[in-house]
Write a protein that binds this ligand. Structure first.
Ligand code: CP3
Length: 346
């Protein structure tokens, strides 16, 4: 198998820098759109054959070094009793959001059986991948999940989320404990089905002050990573807008830190320490620029990584729906061309 992604996660020597893109399966691909014309996103996620097929689409088209299972971070919320819908042009909507302590008590505890479809999707994707590249499993981190559960969808200022955190800290911790327990179950199912690495998406955690992150979020994420440590696979922790949080996020205990473009990759890496891997961090919008500009930006990131072991090239956030396929291909090619001959452990 092409294992340079897994090796880089553990900061081992690789022949060149591995590359994959967050949301690499999605609307920018006609093959994905064709499936979505006939099936809702939730159907695709919950029908293992469809999830596996969509997972493979970018692998068949591009020279990527990892696949990521097609699913969504919000699926565990549905298992806990929240009504999840994806509304065209609006994104996720939950019509019975958490607004008080009672609704937190009423959240269903969930065991692994609720995620049988996710295990089966992983098994079918692994079979279809046939050892070409490793398969990444993933889940949402408890803060980011709580923000959707409380706001009832996407949010700009996380007002209700912070209101609960600041005014009812004990209730907040109860909610995060419940979410974390379900996230652990969900990730265990994926790991035991054969996922070769795990990424925890804390997409919106960058809205917090360092003090609030440390008090209200970090202990829960530490609990998740320590529970998953025994699975023996690399663990990645990703967030956006995290420049002020990175040293604290590092304490959560992942093998790799994902960073977005709002911080230089070399500065972010220095902040978390070169004893963990770093994943990132091209602005997804750069894929709408000229090839000359894409090339310049990819080269710059590779120079910042400076051939150290443990760099995984990725975007700083998910690929955007109207991204030109030719730019995706070109960026991957640039990663290859500007890779150091090797990332060698000194
Ligand atoms: O990376 C991959 O290829 C795997 C698939 C994946 C999806 N969602 C499929 C999806 C992954 C890793 C996710 C994670 C996810 N989902 C996150 C964390 C990553 C991030 O971007 O910060 C978040 C915050 C969500 C919640 C979510 N799901 C939103 C906000 C939306 C709507 C976004 C939009 O652009 O409309 C979704 C729906 C969703 N999940 C889509 C995909 C491909 C688009 C749905 C469609 O096909 O219409």
């Amino acid at each position: 198998m092409n294992d340079r992604f897994l090796k880089a996660c553990l900061r081992q020597s690789v022949d060149r820098t591995p590359v994959w893109f967050m949301r690499q399966a999605g609307r920018y691909m006609a093959e994905y759109q064709a499936i979505r014309r006939r099936h809702s996103i939730l159907d695709v996620c919950k029908t293992p054959a469809l999830a596996a097929e969509v997972t493979l689409q970018p692998i068949q088209r591009f020279q990527l070094d990892a696949a990521i299972i097609f699913a969504d971070i919000l699926l565990p919320l549905e298992a806990m009793g929240l009504n999840l819908e994806f509304v065209e042009g609006k994104g996720p909507v939950i019509d019975n959001p958490i607004r008080d302590e009672v609704s937190i008590v009423q959240l269903r505890p969930v065991d692994g059986d609720a995620f049988n479809y996710a295990g089966e999707a992983i098994r079918q994707a692994l079979e279809a991948l046939n050892d070409r590249v490793p398969l990444i499993g993933f889940a949402g981190a408890p803060f980011t999940l709580a923000s959707y559960a409380i706001e009832g969808g996407s949010s700009r200022d996380y007002a209700r989320t912070k209101q609960l955190m600041f005014s009812q800290p004990i209730v907040w911790h109860q909610l995060l404990s419940k979410l974390s327990a379900v996230v652990i179950e969900y990730l265990r199912v994926q790991s035991r089905a054969g996922a070769q690495a795990i990424q925890l998406f804390d997409s919106w955690v960058g809205c917090l002050s360092p003090g609030d992150y440390e008090e209200y979020v970090l202990p829960h994420v530490q609990g998740i990573f320590s529970a998953l440590r025994v699975e023996g696979i690399p663990l990645i922790y990703f967030g956006t807008g995290t420049a002020g949080l990175l040293p604290l996020m590092r304490k959560a205990g992942s093998d790799v830190m994902g960073v977005d473009w709002r911080i230089r990759l070399d500065e972010g890496w220095a902040m978390v320490g070169h004893d963990v891997g770093i994943q990132g961090n091209l602005d997804p919008m750069v894929l709408f620029a000229s090839e000359k500009e894409i090339e310049r930006r990819v080269r710059d990131i590779m120079q910042q990584a400076a051939g150290r072991p443990g760099h995984i090239f990725n975007l700083g956030h998910g690929i955007l729906p109207t991204t030109p396929l030719s730019s995706v291909e070109f960026a991957i090619d640039c990663v290859r061309r500007f890779s150091p001959d090797s990332q060698v452990v000194m």
